[in-house]
Structures are given as C-alpha cells and as structure tokens.
Design a protein around this ligand. Structure first.
Ligand code: ADP
Ligand code: MG
Length: 275
C-alpha cells in the first residue's frame, strides 16, 4: 500500500454529511459520510449517477456551500469560504457579458495580491494584469480575441476564457464541475488535450467532475466513483496509465479495461436505484 506523506496532502475531507432542508417534504440527504484525501498534483475525477452529490462536494471544497458535520481542510486549515487558491470552473461559463475577453480574465486579479521584492503585499499593476491576461489567452489558444465580447464567441471559446481566467489567478487547485459537458465532441476533445498539456506542465491539483467515464479515465490519476441516495464514495480507482496522454490513449488496452470496469460499477448502481 502506498504511504501518503503529510506534505503531499492538500485537501482533506473527513466524514462530511450534508442535508438540504426542503420547505415542503423531507430534507435531502446529499452527502452521507464522505471522506476523501486529495494530494498535491493529483488529477482527481469524480463520476457517479446524477444527483449523487458531486456538485455539492465541489461547492463545499470551493467554500460556496455549508455542511452539517465532518471537516474539510486545505493545508490543515478549515475551508470557511471561497479563496483565490481554489479556482472554480462551472459548466456554464459565467463570464461577464459586458467585458471583453481580456477584461474578463483581468477581473479576478483586482482582488489578489502578490509579494514584491521586499516581501510586501502589493496589487498587480495595470500593465502586469494585461501581460498575465495575454499570457493565459495565448495558453488557451485565443490570441486575437482579446477584445472580443463573450457573445461573439462559441461555447468552446467561452469555456476557454473561463479556464484562462481561473488559471490567471494561479490557484493551487482547480475545481471543475462538468466543464466540458455542454460542448460538442470535437471541442471537448480539444479542451481535454489542452487541460492535460497544462496540467502536465504546471502540475496543478485538479478536482474534476464529469458524467463521462471516458473523460474521467483519460484525464484522471484517480477516479472517485460516487453512489446515489445518499451520496457516498463507492470506490476509488487509481488510473495507472502514463502521462502525457492524448486521445490516442483511448486505444490502449489498459485504458479500455479501466473504462469498462468503472462503467460497469456506475451502471450497476443505476440498476440498483429504486425507480
Ligand atoms: P450531482 O451534482 O451529483 O448531480 P448535486 O450535488 O447537485 O448532485 O445534488 C445532490 C442531491 O441534493 C440531489 O438529490 C439534489 O436534488 C439535491 N440538492 C442539490 N442542491 C439542492 C438545494 N439547493 N436544495 C435542495 N436539494 C438540493
Ligand atoms: Mg452536478
């Protein structure tokens, strides 16, 4: 068994319970004793039937949702609200329609500080913000669209802007909730590759929710399978496939074995859900 060094532990979720109060009718038991350790530089994908609590778990890590009991810590400190060290990317791009691509990416930089040569906390200058925005626009292959407005962009391009915006804040962990779910297959494949290249290079920690078992196995170093009603972790599968990975990885026999195994486990749960 692998020994986890404390220094590698980034986010620790211990026995988290979450119920949603509903005005009429019984409360919804969304998470029922979820424990999960996320290590630095891990690429964690979460799969499971709709309604099993994936988004709830992500929102709790993001600090956007409360929970009833258990603990959620990052670097050993309780997560009590959103923070720039946790970048969130939703399925719907959530861009400001009245701002250009560049301004959308610069926006979050207003709220964060960096350290200058003397160790003082200072804001980014306008020039630095522009440079950072351009750097990340280039990274997501949107050079030339700096001054475009969101309405002029395709779904895939908007999602690239959302990714660039999250990256520009240089978070330690990216929290992504079905970020490619609304995109066509080709754009999705392209963004998967982009994300892989960036992760391989920058070694961020990623917590990524998806419906798509194919996508999970392609991206993840670890797949978390959740079960529904009440939401619990059913199984955790380490994906022992080397990086760099590309769409061609899907032809690999080991890939297919993981995919079939996970798909089987998820599908069996669908059959078990009382109709
Ligand atoms: P998933 O993302 O896996 O589809 P969610 O975390 O969105 O699951 O939801 C888990 C369960 O909690 C579902 O049964 C859902 O209907 C319920 N739920 C989510 N948000 C709320 C809310 N704000 N109020 C009441 N019930 C909710
Ligand atoms: Mg969801």
């Amino acid at each position: 068994m692998e020994v986890m060094h404390m220094a590698d532990l980034l986010i620790d979720i211990v026995d988290v319970h979450k119920r949603y109060k509903v005005e009429k009718g019984p409360s919804v038991n969304a998470l029922n004793g979820v424990s999960l350790s996320i290590k630095r530089n891990e690429f964690v994908c979460v799969v499971g039937p709709s309604g099993c609590g994936k988004t709830t778990l992500l929102n709790i890590i993001a600090g956007l949702e409360s929970y009833d009991s258990g603990s959620v810590t990052m670097h050993g400190q309780p997560i009590i609200g959103p923070g720039p060290e946790r970048g969130v990317i939703f399925q719907q791009y959530a861009l400001f329609p009245w701002m250009t691509v560049e301004k959308n990416i610069e926006y979050g930089l207003k709220f964060i500080r960096k350290r200058d040569a003397d160790g003082n906390e200072v804001r980014f200058t306008a020039e630095e913000k522009r440079e950072l925005a351009h750097h990340y626009i280039k990274m997501v292959n949107l050079s030339g669209f700096e001054n475009s407005y969101p309405k002029a962009l395709s779904g895939g391009m908007k999602q690239r802007v959302a990714i660039a915006r999250a990256y520009a804040l240089n978070p330690e962990v990216l929290l992504m909730d079905e970020p490619f779910g609304a995109l066509d297959a080709q754009t999705r494949a392209q963004l998967q590759e982009d994300l892989l290249r960036t992760w391989e290079k920058e070694k961020k920690t990623v917590f990524f929710i998806t419906h798509d078992v194919d996508e999970a196995v392609l991206l993840a170093s670890k797949v978390v399978i959740m079960s529904a009603r009440p939401g619990q972790i059913k199984e955790i599968v380490d994906i022992d496939l080397p990086y760099p990975r590309t769409q061609a990885t899907k032809m690999d026999e080991t890939f297919m074995r993981y995919k079939n195994y996970i798909w089987d486990t998820v599908y069996k749960m669908y059959l078990e859900i009382p109709k």
